[in-house]
Ligand binder design. Sequence first.
Ligand SMILES: Nc1ncnc2c1ncn2[C@@H]1O[C@H](COP(=O)(O)OP(=O)(O)O)[C@@H](O)[C@H]1O
Ligand SMILES: [Mg+2]
Length: 1005
Amino acid sequence: MEASLTARDRVGIQDFVLLDNYTSESAFLDNLRKRSHENLIYTYIGTLLVSVNPYKELDIYSKKQMDTYMGVNFFELPPHIYALADNVFRTMQSEYNNHFILISGESGAGKTEASKKILQFYAVSCPSTKLLNNVRDRLLLSNPVLEAFGNAKTLKNDNSSRFGKYMDIQFDHQGGAVGGHILSYLLEKSRVVHQNHGERNFHIFYQLVEGGEEDLLRWLGLERNCQHYRYLVQGDCAKVSSINDKSDWKMVRKALSVIEFSESDIENLFAIIASVLHLGNVKFEADVRGYASLNNNQEMHWLLGIPTQVLQQGLTHRKIEAKTEEVLSPFSVDHAVYARDALAKAIYGRTFNWLVNKINESLANKDSSRKTVIGLLDIYGFEVFNVNSFEQFCINYCNEKLQQLFIQLTLKSEQEEYEMEGIEWEPVPYFNNKIICDLVEEKHRGIIALLDEECLRPGEATDLTLLEKMEEEIGGHPHFVTHKLADKKTRKTLERGDFRLLHYAGEVTYCVVGFLDKNNDLLYRNGKEVISFNFYCKKQVVTQFKSSLVGLTEILMSKEPWYVRCIKPNEAKQPGRFDDVLVRHQVKYLGLMEHLRVRRAGFAYRRKYDIFLQRYKPLCPDTWPNWRGTAAEGVQRLIKHLGYKPDEYKMGRTKIFIRHPRTLFATEDAFQICKHRLATRIQAKYKGYRVKGDYLKQREAATKIENCWRGLMARKEREKRAWASLILFLRFIKGFMTRNQPSCNDNSEYLAYVRTNYLTRLRDNLPRTVLEKDAWLTAPPILFNLLEIKYLYLLFCFPCFQLLLKEQTSSMFKGKKENYPFSVCKLTSELTFRLRPLFLSAVTSCVCVSLPQYSVPVVKYDRNGFRPRLRQLIFTQEAAYLVEETKIKQRIDYSSLKGMSVSNLSDNFLILHVTCDDIKQKGDLVLQCDYLFEALTKLCVIANKQNYIKVVQGSVRFDIQPGREGFVDFKSGQESMVYRAKNGHLMVVSPGQNISGSACSSDLV
Ligand SMILES: Nc1ncnc2c1ncn2[C@@H]1O[C@H](COP(=O)(O)OP(=O)(O)O)[C@@H](O)[C@H]1O
Ligand SMILES: [Mg+2]
């Protein structure tokens, strides 16, 4: 995008705003010439499009081209009429306001072509539905119909519009073309009866004669030969190579049916056209008195269905009202011809208006919802002929008005806007043509006022008296000259009956002859009887035209303007020829240099703060989604975030002004990207919302089903329970009644209940000792049997035994060994066998010898060298065994157990002292046991050696074998360690523990 904005185009530059020497007309012309030689017919001045007529078909209007320009930023692609059309459309869509495209330029410069291209673009680019396509077709096809009736071949253009056309295209809020309306201005009716050499009448006459079906022609009394009709041959060029009347006829017929003209409407329409041709052939002869007469004129037969007598009288006589009487005054032949032509013009003019109204009916959108509008104004360009008459005067006046509008809307309003916005402005000098508009249209003094006055005043008013009057009234005006008023030099260029206006576009000399008649445009009084409606217009033609122009100006002023300036490169309608003088002239009167100067001095883009903010606020986190402050502050924050440089923009009072298009487009592009992101988010939110809604509905439904199901199940359960409780109750009663009988089916449940009940109560009210037999709850009689007592024993005495053991341990170790308090909790264990898996079989084998009472894993230290070995210590009723896997390593009869030593520290070592008489016998056992207190207590109880335990301090001596002793030294340290000290003793280090500070101390301890 940047590239197309700043880089020079292949030939010349594509936007005059980027022209280095932008004040030079020659540089402007050079660029235009260069480009048009390369068939680059479009060039921008900002958003204004300059179009040079190529006079040949270019391959730039294809559907592909349309697609390329659709929805693309204006300056992104090479200039094109499609870019302008697309930009107008999108601005209308986004800002929801009305626009118009003013297409101006000389006759033959390409205005009508441009307006057609725009219409075609909308036909393709706008959304389409069946209904919209219908409207679209009518909009498109209204063109060939209007062109057939309103266009003609002139010297300048083979398809010259001989009327001004303003067309509104109405769009609904989605951008669909839903309707249209056409206004026509000042049809050049004089062409019906007269054409200059090399020119033709309106196309429709030739189309009808050349293309009309045989039947139709016969019915209309026409012959297929244009040469037969006087109204068609005055220009002497009924046939033109560039025009194919036959195919155009077909097109018009098709268009008429699409626009929904009824068959009878179409027939009548062509009957009127044929009548005009016949009328043209009506010949008058002078009778003996020199008056016009219409003897045996065959044409009369075909005319309008009017009684011949009435028509004849109407064409040859004039009705004069004298007081109460009406007198018929006969015409001379000249007068009669004049009356005939006037009638022909009037009929054609009315028919054209009727046609426009019919088309409007067909295009009208009856829906009252608000629509936006794009207006297309294709109006005759400035015209200068060798002899310029009333028509040129009106046309050029129209162009003056449009130039004035242009000045008001752009140049002037631009300056005023800058002033209003408080933005510094470098004044651009321009010629304000208001002075010429005033000269023409000023009340009482303007040319139009004088013309009307002259037409209406009593007495002999002629074109020359008009000229005199003008000289009298406006003789001193700087833009008005006549032969009489001119200086010597100028006088040579003027005829006596001429007046010259110095238009903004240049000088035009008008011949005053015919001004009054053309302005009156009236039929003689009884003309109205001829075609039964009132022809006599109360307003003069030029005044009507003036007021329709005022109306048009009002329509345009309420819309946003866009401009297409068409330039005609040569008079010869030849491709590739660029006539410098001709183009320079057009550049001047189209005001292009002034427009460029304004553009360069100013800013490419401006928008009200709120509109700008509304559009671009998603680009800044501070302004999105809502900005709380004023719009101007919001915009300031936004552009700061976007990084606009100070010279790229200016802040006005109500608008932001952006100097270069590139700044804007960077912003626009960022917005486009952002928009997609936002759309995705909104979409995601919406989808989430919808799915959540579905989910909630489903959940609600599921809950309902669940509730019903649960209710159903609960009701079933209740019934079941009610039934069950009845059964149970009956069984209970039966059980109670048979409670004293031996256990049987009837009472077993009841007895079980009684037993459970008793035992539960017993559990909560146990006697303190086994011996307190009286304190036991009295059991129900059924519980008094052996099994129950055993059961009770197991249930209650075993814990009591455990308590006895605890008491034993306490008496042996309490206050003597450091880690005793920590063992108290452990002692509650009811385990009898603490086994390493490996020792399981050993235990089993021991069991075979005699029943093991207790077993515990130990680490046994070799008497020589103190190597640790994993062993299991098993106590039976007679002896203790040290077992390795399945092997009994040492048996210690309790009778030979002479003592047991432990240290007072927190280690788990115990030394079992045995009596050994024989050297072959094994000596004392040095063991480490994690369940030291439990094991020792069990040993003491089983071996009945309660007083054999010695708690020693420092060191324990033991027998390795008879006569050889060893030592185990105990001491406190940081951490537990067992090692062979240098002195050959086994050193056992245990972490010191404070007996009195123990958290485990309790009453039981
Ligand atoms: N863009 C164009 N491409 C090709 N030919 C064109 C183009 N514009 C105008 N012409 C030619 O110029 C002729 C006159 O154009 P037209 O639009 O009728 O002029 P205007 O309406 O300004 O009097 C057309 O008939 C056509 O031959
Ligand atoms: Mg035209």
